[in-house]
Design a binder for this molecule. Structure first.
Ligand code: XUL
Length: 522
């Protein structure tokens, strides 16, 4: 018995992944897509509610319903959940969940005979949750930075300048715009700690990995910072639980899940962390200098660092690694799959045609460039959607496909410099990592080999590995992180894409033009 479950509560779906640590394999993977199952009930599109003017929310009750459906699906697939020894998880970062005083008691008395959604509908002080795609808090960011003594002071204290999507500015906006509802809020959690609470049957704290995405945590101490909390909203400390160390079990799973899905009553539960910090573990980045790229709804480039190095220009974020000692650098480009899909749809293509377009066009695209801000962009900061074409005919479908991918790769190189990490290889994951032609562009732009990983669910895998590490440590035989990740964090044999010297040279020439175009429009 050495089975561990990782759960990733992400933007468009919730995924469960079970590993067998002894057999060194993934034994189950199941995913519940929110649009497929819940569009009719909750009105979500791509998992979210776009409320206009940069306001993007999702629905915590939907996540509870999706968790039930996920565990039922795993059980229906014949997986023996009583064999799972520990569970950890990950959540889309930054999203905040607002609960009233009935939440704790309601979680404690959950009956396995009724679904979560019927028992928890009344626990919310706010029915929707602002998520990481929300860009509506520019004024709150400025106010928070000013209140702690300026941007550099916030950067030094929390590791990050104020970002619109981060939890603190979102909480401040809620306090300012809905003061009564804020006053009625007994507990504020993140997506990660909320889903962990659903599994624990009690309120669970935020871990340092996700806490560092709030603008409210002292990154060196890995504790909430009173100074940052005071700058965010009054009475906030009383609405937060203490930071929960990532590797310290919060207790056994709730009797609800034991009764309903057959989990063992001593199955250990770990705090959840953010999806990116969990992906860091899932990709095996447990030593400083290792770099990975996740091609998902957003594209994220991240590295393992020994110090919380910060980006003064606000290009990237720094999070505590859930391994307990290291830090991760993350640069998040909002226009990831969003932009790839926008181009694909604009020209009425399917993915095969998209790939053929990449094959049919030359590296550097005969000098045609696109700034692909189909939605407001995080890096570089672009508040309004804004697609720019230079030497690029909008009716030329093939060139537009290449232009969007080259823009993403060039931007990932330009805005990775602050990490101070020499990129000698890239480990790639996420939905679009299955596309070798996209990876070829990244290999040539970064002039380094690109390796693909088996799972596209690195966050769920990282969570499962965190569960394995904590459970094995609790039995007295503490393994090193390298030992835990090594069997799973292996690139697919034969997947490596090497850079091609002529294409590398073409991009070395093009990158200056791209940077100039970007500067002219941001
Ligand atoms: C990271 C970020 C996104 C979300 C959703 O800062 O905003 O990557 O974590 O995946």
């Amino acid at each position: 018995m050495s089975k561990y479950l990782g759960i990733d509560a992400s933007t468009q779906s919730i995924t469960g992944l079970i590993i067998d640590a002894e057999q060194r394999t993934i034994v189950a993977e199941a995913s519940i897509n929110f649009d497929e199952h819940f569009k009719a009930t909750y009105g979500v599109v791509n998992g979210v509610l776009d409320l206009g003017e940069g306001v993007v929310h999702s629905i915590p009750l939907m996540w509870a319903e999706a968790l039930d459906l996920l565990l039922q699906t795993l059980a229906d697939q014949g997986h023996d959940l009583s064999a799972v020894q520990a569970i950890a998880g990950s959540g889309q970062q930054h999203g905040t969940v607002y609960l009233n005083a009935s939440a704790g008691p309601a979680l404690a008395r959950l009956s396995p005979s009724q679904p979560l959604k019927d028992q928890l509908a009344a626990i919310f002080a706010r029915p929707t949750s602002p998520i990481w795609m929300d860009t509506s808090t520019a004024s709150q960011c400025a106010e928070i930075e000013a209140a702690v003594g300026g941007r550099d002071a916030l950067l030094a204290l929390t590791g990050n300048a104020a970002f619109e999507r981060f939890s603190g500015p979102q909480i401040r906006k809620f306090y300012q715009t809905e003061p009564d509802a804020y006053a009625d809020t007994a507990y504020i959690g993140l997506v990660s700690s909320y889903v962990a609470s659903l599994l624990a049957g009690r309120l669970v704290g935020v871990d340092p990995g996700d806490g560092s995405g709030t603008n409210m945590m002292d990154i060196a101490a890995r504790q909430w910072s009173t100074r940052a909390l005071d700058a965010t909203a009054p009475g906030l400390a009383a609405k937060l639980l203490p930071i929960a160390p990532s590797s310290q079990p919060v207790g056994p799973i709730s009797p609800y899940h034991v009764g309903r899905y057959g989990f063992a009553d001593d199955c250990l539960l770990l705090p959840f962390s953010g999806d990116n910090p969990c992906s860091l573990i899932g990709l095996g980045l447990v030593a400083p200098g290792q770099v990975a790229l996740s091609l998902g709804t957003s594209d994220t480039l991240f590295a393992c660092m020994d110090q919380p190095r910060t980006s003064a220009a606000g290009e990237g974020a720094v999070f505590a690694s859930p391994d307990g000692t290291h830090y991760m650098a993350l640069t998040c480009y909002l226009n990831g799959s969003l932009a790839r899909e926008a181009v694909r749809d604009q020209y009425g293509m399917n993915w095969d045609q998209f790939t053929s377009a990449l094959r049919a066009t030359p590296p550097s695209n005969n000098g045609a460039l696109m700034l692909p801000y189909f939605a407001p962009e995080i890096v570089p900061k672009v508040p309004q959607p804004h697609v720019v074409r230079q030497n690029l005919d909008p009716t030329d479908a093939l060139a537009n496909v290449r232009a969007v991918i080259e823009a993403q790769a060039l931007s990932s190189r330009i805005h990775a410099r602050w990490m101070g990490v020499e990129i000698s290889s890239l480990y790639v994951t996420g939905g679009a990592s299955a596309n070798a032609e996209i990876l070829r562009v990244f290999a040539n732009v970064h002039n380094c080999p690109v390796h693909r990983f088996e799972t596209t669910n690195s966050a769920a895998l990282g969570a499962a590995l965190r569960a394995a590490h904590a459970h094995q440590s609790s039995t007295g035989h503490a393994p090193s992180w390298a030992e835990v990740v090594e069997p799973f964090a292996q690139p697919i044999a034969g997947s490596t894409i090497e850079p091609e010297p002529r294409a590398v040279a073409a991009y070395d020439e093009l990158i200056g033009q791209y940077a100039a175009l970007e500067q002219a429009h941001t």
